[in-house]
Design a protein around this ligand. Structure first.
Ligand SMILES: Cc1cc2nc3c(=O)[nH]c(=O)nc-3n(C[C@H](O)[C@H](O)[C@H](O)COP(=O)(O)OP(=O)(O)OC[C@H]3O[C@@H](n4cnc5c(N)ncnc54)[C@H](O)[C@@H]3O)c2cc1C
Length: 389
């Protein structure tokens, strides 16, 4: 087994690292879950696109560099280590993107990919409903064919950045006689479609990060059906696999966070040599686990490049990264003690309270992308072959 990166990979890493150093904005931006911050981050998507760094693993004709999966993982490492702004179009690029590559027609790809890559169209995911979260197959939003359109009725909720997104990818029931996983369809819905209204919903930190979406006889062209009518569950599972596996949360995010945690530990221990040694063990454990996740992902990436598919192991990877993220942030807050609660411009605040806001967001990791209880059920049944009951 060769664990070294080849010269192309090293050159690729150097190129993105240099580009980020000279392009990262100097000014401080609003969080992307505010209306102003959303537009600031959209402008960053455009800048990345112009440097051909928005979607490096996509085909050149859509603004990519056709880089390998290994190079993309190195790109993610450099991206997070550099402290570059968050990606406001993650739902489009990393969730819908791979699904569209697999299931979209050529017309759909040509229509949607360029504007997804350059940030002109930011996407949100409209799957969860007030009574359907973990049990998504129980969803009740409907779409009925009327001429060349679908007419959608129902409600979606917890739609991240749904308050301002330009497009929403939704799962709806198109066969009213169907039950559960059958009779569902995957529709791409413009945010300004007639009959669509949205209501922002605040997150734990008060930012309007979510929206409820209401469809009242909302009309959408049948051109916006992704995959076959009634095959929506299979299309959705392609998206879910991207969400749980390595696409949404590449290891670079956690490597960067543990690197900041180690810096914080060094800073705090200088001022407080009596810090309990158990904290040092927790910092070490976070580092080791981030490295373990890294190598697990590189191993899986090599297998994918050799033709393997991403199977149910996406579920245990999701459990691992989401719990690691909570541990990293909880350890930082233990290190900061009472300072950890300071946010904004408070005196003695550490990094404007970024560890606290990161912790609050990390707490959501075991919930979004399918809760960890559900992932454990999947691992039990499909990886370990345990009986359902
Ligand atoms: C930060 C964040 C962002 C999100 N973004 C989006 C988005 O953009 N678009 C979108 O559509 N949704 C989004 N969601 C919603 C998310 O997908 C749901 O919260 C999630 O699927 C769980 O559904 P629920 O909240 O209805 O909880 P429920 O399904 O009601 O579950 C409640 C509890 O019961 C447990 N449970 C349920 N069924 C079982 C079972 N069979 N076995 C064991 N335990 C079980 C769950 O694990 C959970 O602990 C987001 C959520 C969060 C927190």
């Amino acid at each position: 087994m060769d664990l070294a990166f080849n010269t192309n990979e090293e050159a690729f890493r150097d190129e993105i690292s240099a580009w980020l150093k000279s392009n990262i904005p100097k000014e401080k931006w609003e969080p992307m879950d505010t209306q102003i911050g959303f537009e600031q981050h959209r402008a960053w998507e455009r800048q990345l696109y112009e440097g051909r760094w928005s979607v490096p693993n996509w085909p050149e004709k859509y603004g990519g560099r056709e880089c390998t999966l290994i190079e993309w993982l190195l790109y993610e490492e450099e991206y997070y280590l550099s402290g570059a702004p968050g990606r406001v179009n993650t739902n489009g690029i990393t969730l819908l993107g791979p699904t569209l590559f697999s299931w979209g027609t050529e017309e759909q790809k040509d229509r949607f990919f360029p504007k997804m890559a350059n940030g002109e169209e930011i996407w949100a995911q409209g799957w969860s409903e007030p009574n359907s979260g973990s049990d998504l197959a129980s969803l009740s939003a409907t779409a009925v064919r009327d001429g060349d359109d679908y007419v959608i009725n129902g409600q979606k909720t917890w739609c991240s950045r749904g308050a301002w997104a330009d497009w929403i990818f939704c799962i709806v029931r198109t066969d009213p006689t169907s039950e559960r996983h059958a009779g569902l369809s995957y529709l791409l819905v413009p945010g300004d479609a007639p009959g669509l209204t949205r209501r922002p919903v605040a997150r734990l930190d008060g930012e309007p990060a979510f929206a409820e979406i209401f469809f009242d006889d909302c009309r959408v062209s049948m051109q916006n059906l992704l995959g076959e009518e009634g095959a929506g569950w299979s299309v959705a599972m392609a998206t879910a696999s991207s969400e749980r596996g390595l696409n949404l949360r590449a290891p670079g995010r956690f490597l960067a966070a543990t690197s900041r945690l180690i810096d914080l530990y060094k800073e705090v221990i200088n001022n407080n040599p009596l810090m309990p040694s158990v904290i040092r063990d927790q910092v070490t454990e976070a580092y080791v686990n981030a490295q373990a996740y890294r190598w697990q992902v590189f191993q899986k990436a090599s297998a994918l490049m050799n033709g393997e598919a991403m199977g149910a192991e996406a579920s245990y990877m999701k459990i691992f990264w989401s719990e690691l993220d909570v541990d990293i942030h909880a350890t930082a807050l233990r290190l900061l003690a009472d300072r950890g609660e300071l946010v904004g411009e408070a005196p003695d605040v550490q990094g404007e309270g970024s560890w606290m806001s990161g912790y609050l967001f990390a707490l959501a990791g075991p919930i979004y992308a399918g809760t960890n209880e559900i992932q454990r059920n999947i691992v039990a049944e499909r990886v370990l072959g345990l009986p359902r009951k």
